[in-house]
Design a protein around this ligand. Structure first.
Ligand code: SF4
Length: 122
């Protein structure tokens, strides 16, 4: 994946890490999608999407890419194009409001708290 070098990462949504190199780390050129070069890019786009569909980081990677818009203006990330990520951000804003990133951060924190709190009802 291509990361914009001048962006700042959201502190609550750091880039997911893997013990082993992901496909986008092994073959970054495949993920450097740009619009306009139709046939060749269509094949590369599909290959990158297939790689992302098998990646164990895909869900976290997509969330990271959506939240960290300034770091992810280009390239295939979690199987999405920049245009698709823009549409997904718009949908999140429509569903959760203009502070959708904070809402997601709160949901993430609540989920984490539930995961570490013992279930007393059992
Ligand atoms: S899901 Fe994310 S980390 Fe995994 S290969 Fe795709 S772009 Fe890379």
């Amino acid at each position: 994946m291509t990361i914009h070098p001048h962006g700042t990462e959201h502190p609550k949504f750091p880039q997911p890490q893997s013990q082993t190199p992901t496909q986008c780390q092994r073959t970054p050129k495949l993920f450097d999608f740009e619009y306009g070069d139709c046939n060749r890019k269509a094949r590369e786009l599909e290959a990158a999407r297939r790689a992302c569909s098998r990646c164990p980081l895909a869900a976290d990677c997509l969330l990271w890419a959506l939240v960290n818009k300034n770091l992810t203006p280009v390239g295939i990330i979690a199987g999405t194009t920049p245009r698709q990520r823009t549409k997904l951000r718009d949908r999140l804003a429509a569903r959760l409001g203009p502070d959708w990133i904070d809402v997601l951060a709160d949901q993430d924190q609540a989920q984490h708290t539930r995961a570490v709190t013992p279930d007393c009802a059992a």
